[in-house]
Ligand binder design. Structure first.
Ligand code: CMC
Length: 378
């Protein structure tokens, strides 16, 4: 019998979904039918939470309910905060996030229940803001701070992180970034969450599984790597030389370029570029990185465009995060902060509508049956 092994589960359809549609040829991304550009321009992250979990954009009353649950759910058990602040300051931020969610899984261990799953997901999203803000605060040697109720999730998160009221432009950029990273069908982290959910493990543990998969440099780490390139280049005058030495002669991969699904410009990258440009117009340091990125983009597209390799979402997102005041080590956590909605929406869709234990097979290619030899005879 001939059996085909799908390495990397490439082209394996693991579930159906009503959440996210990607057209990689034409560079289209939609959540529940709505174009990513319209959602960034006209919706808020809270509206997106309702859309993803409940299937429709909320009316005013439904939106207020979502905001109410968020504003009441920022508190986390004391053990989460004390553990985050007891860790050495040089600890990896995603590792700290895994630890925090592990504590929540130990304390709460909630059971799946159709009547409460979605509301629990909204509560978890609120707690993710608290965890993410306090990972930054612990690593920076600041005191713990629980996000306070405000007009928006993005505002509460930024205010708790930096301990000051953010500007409207910062809130809008944070909100856009939350929307842009919310979901991307079933990449490795979402698949890891689905595998855990298929055993009916609790939602917090599913997030630990997702975070473990996100942590790797082939998935969540690309925004950090892309931005580190711009720091290494240092000035726009050095961009061509760097590109020639590192990418052309050195054959290194250009980070923030290329995508398994998009064979054209990633639609999220275009939006992040616009946001980065608007910060660059007001801030000289951001401008420096923006100009380097723009030059590298031109060189990258000239070199790789014929192979359908273009900027992906991570190429410009780091410049936006940097402009908001985040250090590089937080970029992957900001991805997670946003993606937690996608993970939760996918596992709820899976458990409620199409549940089956995920248990693939492996093709055995080891030795035939062998005689056992006691240790003295080996
Ligand atoms: N720089 C230079 N060459 C590249 C790049 C790149 N960034 N990406 C792909 N290629 C080349 C690769 O060398 C190969 O060339 P050849 O056929 O001559 O050997 C060809 O393109 C196909 O590469 P592949 O690795 O088989 O293609 P893939 O579909 O597995 O690649 C990728 C997807 C994202 C792993 C890859 O493009 C990459 O490593 N990019 C850099 C890292 C990065 O930016 N990751 C973030 C991805 S977006 C995250 C998200 O959507 O959430």
């Amino acid at each position: 019998m001939s059996v085909e092994v799908s390495r990397g589960l490439e082209n394996v359809i693991i579930k159906t979904t009503g959440l996210t549609y990607i057209d990689g040829i034409n560079g289209i991304l939609r959540y529940r039918g709505y174009d990513i550009n319209d959602l960034v321009n006209y919706a808020s992250y809270e509206e997106l939470i309702h859309l993803m979990l409940y299937g429709e954009l909320p009316n005013r009353q439904q939106l207020n309910q979502i905001k109410g649950i968020i504003n009441e759910s920022f508190e986390v058990p004391e053990q989460v905060i004390s553990t985050i602040f007891s860790m050495p300051r040089n600890c990896d931020a995603i590792g700290m996030m895994e630890t925090a969610f592990g504590i929540l899984a130990s304390i709460y261990d909630p059971k799946w229940n159709r009547a409460t799953n979605k509301e629990l997901a909204v509560q978890i999203i609120a707690k993710t803001a608290t965890i993410t803000a306090n990972i930054y605060r612990a690593k920076e040697g600041l005191k713990p701070k629980i996000p306070e109720p405000s007009e928006s999730y993005a505002e509460s998160f930024l205010a708790a992180t930096f301990g000051k009221k953010p500007t409207q432009e910062e809130i809008k950029a944070m909100d856009a970034s939350l929307i842009l990273y919310t979901d991307h069908e079933v990449p490795a982290s979402t698949t890891a969450a689905l595998v855990a959910s298929s055993t009916l493990s609790d939602m917090y543990s599913c997030i630990v599984a997702a975070l473990a998969a996100l942590k790797g440099p082939l998935h969540g780490g690309a925004a950090e790597e892309a931005f580190k390139q711009f720091v290494e280049i240092g000035s726009v005058e050095n961009a061509d030389k760097w590109f020639e030495e590192k990418i052309i002669k050195g054959k290194s991969r250009l980070m923030g370029f290329g995508h398994r699904v998009y064979k054209t410009y990633d639609p999220r990258a275009k939006i992040f570029k616009t946001l980065a440009k608007s910060f660059a117009e007001k801030n000289e340091n951001v401008k420096k990185y923006y100009e380097i990125a723009e030059r590298i983009e031109k060189l990258g597209v000239d070199t790789f465009g014929s192979k359908h390799i273009y900027p992906n979402t991570d190429f410009y997102s780091g410049i936006v995060f940097y402009a908001l005041g985040f250090p590089i080590y937080m970029f992957t956590s900001l991805f997670a902060l946003s993606r937690v909605l996608g993970w939760l929406a996918h596992i709820i869709e899976y458990v409620e509508e199409q549940h089956r234990l995920i248990r693939p097979r492996a093709l055995y290619i080891g030795p035939e049956k062998r005689e056992f030899k006691p240790i003295e005879l080996r």
